[in-house]
Design a protein around this ligand. Sequence first.
Ligand code: CAA
Length: 259
Amino acid sequence: MNCEFVIFEKDANVGILTINRPKALNALNIQLMEEIDATLDLVAADENVRALIITGAGKGFIAGADIATMKPMNYEKGKAYGVQGSALFRKIELMDIPIIAAVNGYALGGGNELMLSCDIVIASEKAKFGQPEIGLGVTPGFGGTQRLPRIVGVRIAKELIYSGRIFGAIEAEKIGLVNKVVPSEELMDTAKAMAQNFAKMAPIAMKYAKKAINEGIQTDIENAVKIENEYFGKCFSTKDQEEGMGAFLEKRKVLFKNQ
Ligand code: CAA
């Protein structure tokens, strides 16, 4: 697919997906969401991509869903737009590889929601976050009412969603919305170093660890532990488990083959 608003590059085993619609601060219109979707399909089909970074071009990460696109919508169109965005963000969440959001600037509304569906968030000191939808007359629509409380807790999520206020990276780190805040010039190097480290790990165990966390967090502890038992057991059907443990015991460098 020829993308107008998405740039995809590879740096060794790390994929870098850059949202590139800087004139609108990377606001998510339908075409842009389709291009992200198609790029994720390419990433999923490429077994050499072992970790993915999502970032934004210019001064925005993503300033939300596209307000000009949404303004004329009725109930059916608004709901369908929400379904499209939610399906895309669920697809991000369900990708087998770890995904790092490198938040360079505004992550508002749908931008904050996209980030919530990633595994890890590294933020520049200049990043700004928020769910301002209520001030536009709508609720968050791409998963914000669901993932934000799961990540930062119900009380903080309610205050942020009810006020719609925009806040900075230090507060985002304090409430557990982001993993780490770095100077803006160090953002991509920090994200790449972390992604390269993830990319060296056993890919099947990485996939199972991600699934165990994501599936287990949605259920009670009895079932959650059973989910972990299952994925842990499945690791012992992989060659990479033999290799990882063999390399340790033989005191040699490990070489995972994704098998
Ligand atoms: N949709 C469409 N266009 C947007 C946009 C958005 N979400 N955010 C910014 N833009 C456009 C602006 O209209 C402007 O375009 P023009 O140059 O053609 O006028 C351009 O991007 C630059 O923006 P500003 O001039 O406003 O830049 P600024 O630095 O003065 O302000 C900002 C930056 C505070 C982020 C401001 O742009 C802003 O408040 N944007 C809207 C943020 C927002 O409300 N996001 C939530 C959207 S709703 C949503 O996401 C629903 C959902 O959950 C699915």
